[in-house]
Design a protein around this ligand. Structure first.
Ligand code: ADP
Ligand code: MG
Length: 368
């Protein structure tokens, strides 16, 4: 996708200038299209979806400003460079305020044109990339704030509760039960806040070390056995880990978190017991070594209509869910380790979560 040639629309009422500019930009590696009037420009913007428009202000029908404003309103991912005749700089500067990215004056040198085109397309790419991350970044800012605001009162509540507990008559069933409810709720909120923070915590590049899948899985199962003490008798866990598995280059704590979130979901999907198989095998993918880890549970499965939402932050079907478990796992596996995570499920039968990780994430990161 990255290699797709960018399209530049050249708007100029002089057919000769339009075609010369077009030929030059095509030689420089762009696709081009031309329009000799303002109206033709509007049509071509809609039909050809150019990444960039070179807009001459001297058009027979519409003013350059009209064309610019229309593009800004209807095609926000299309950038515009204004081309002015001699003395048109003042207008050009005004049009920059109206959303043009740059301007060049006629007659221009080819080198100047090419530099302006390159720079404008680069800025455009950056803007689009920023927009793609906007959803994340608002959460990134909000979660630490939330954590701070919620944690302090929670500490206070927890402390006060401990005093009440010590001084109360716990033989009074209602009192004891109420205290227990508050304790559980406080713990739930604490966990929620922790999950929110884990979700946004920036990756520490220095923490990437060789990690053995076997060790990772053992650590996760250890945590899970404490978390689900009441279930561990009823769930039969089978580990099928290929003995010749290469170590992966990973952030140990993060990957443990991702695996833990997956296994927790599997346990929660088997409240009456069941089977969990964790199978790890080597994989050769796109010329490099990968490891494939599959988590197969015989739990409740996932409703078809929910399959598209599983990785969305806050999507949960659980009374007590945060909906951050898989969102975080995906962030860790895909964004921070260049891997893949997929979920397949059949309602009533069970779910498989497939994780694929490049053995050497650095190789892949460099290629991104
Ligand atoms: P949470 O566990 O807090 O609900 P997650 O992001 O971990 O949030 O999971 C989102 C949803 O995906 C769950 O509420 C559940 O509906 C579904 N899900 C995830 N894993 C499984 C699984 N192994 N079996 C059944 N449903 C699952
Ligand atoms: Mg979960």
């Amino acid at each position: 996708m990255k290699d797709r040639k960018k399209m530049v629309l050249i708007v100029d009422d002089d057919p000769q200038i339009a075609s010369l500019t077009s030929a030059f930009l095509e030689r420089a590696g762009y696709r081009t299209s031309t329009a000799l009037t303002g109206r033709a420009a509007l049509e071509k913007v809609s039909s050809d979806l150019p990444e960039l428009v070179l807009l001459d202000l001297n058009l027979p029908d519409l003013s350059g400003e009209q064309v610019l404003r229309w593009i800004r309103k209807t095609h926000e991912d299309t950038s515009v460079i204004i081309v002015t005749g001699f003395g048109g700089e003042k207008v050009a500067v005004d049009l920059m305020k109206a959303g043009a990215m740059d301007f060049i004056s006629k007659p221009f040198e080819r080198r100047v044109l090419l530099e302006a085109v390159r720079a404008a397309l680069k800025i455009r790419d950056n803007l689009i990339e920023e927009k793609r991350h906007e959803g994340y970044s608002s959460l990134d800012k909000f979660f630490p704030f939330l954590a701070h605001e919620v944690r302090n009162p929670l500490h206070a509540i927890g402390g006060a509760l401990a005093i009440i507990q010590r001084r109360s008559n716990l033989n009074d069933h209602l009192v004891a039960q109420s205290i227990k409810i508050i304790q559980e709720e406080v713990q739930h909120l604490n966990e929620f806040v922790q999950e929110c923070l884990d979700f946004v915590r920036p990756p520490a590049a220095s923490r990437y070390v060789p990690v053995e899948i076997k060790e990772l899985v053992a650590a996760v199962m250890n945590v899970v056995s404490y978390m689900f003490e009441h279930l561990s008798q009823k769930i039969q866990v089978t580990l099928d880990l290929d003995s010749g598995l290469p170590k992966i280059h990973a952030n140990y704590e993060e990957m443990k978190q991702a695996f833990l979130n997956i296994v927790k979901n599997a346990f929660e999907a088997m409240p009456e017991g069941g089977k969990l198989v964790i199978k790890a095998s080597p994989l050769f993918n796109a010329g490099s070594d990968w490891v494939r880890v599959a988590f197969l549970d015989s739990g409740l499965g996932i409703k078809r209509e929910n399959t598209g939402s599983l990785f969305n932050p806050f999507f949960t079907t659980k009374l007590r869910g945060t909906g951050l478990g898989l969102a975080l796992a995906k962030r860790i596996i895909e964004d921070r380790h260049s891997g893949k995570i997929e979920v397949e499920s059949e309602e009533g039968k069970g779910t498989s979560v497939i994780v694929e990780l490049p053995v050497d994430v650095r190789e892949n990161m460099a290629a991104v």
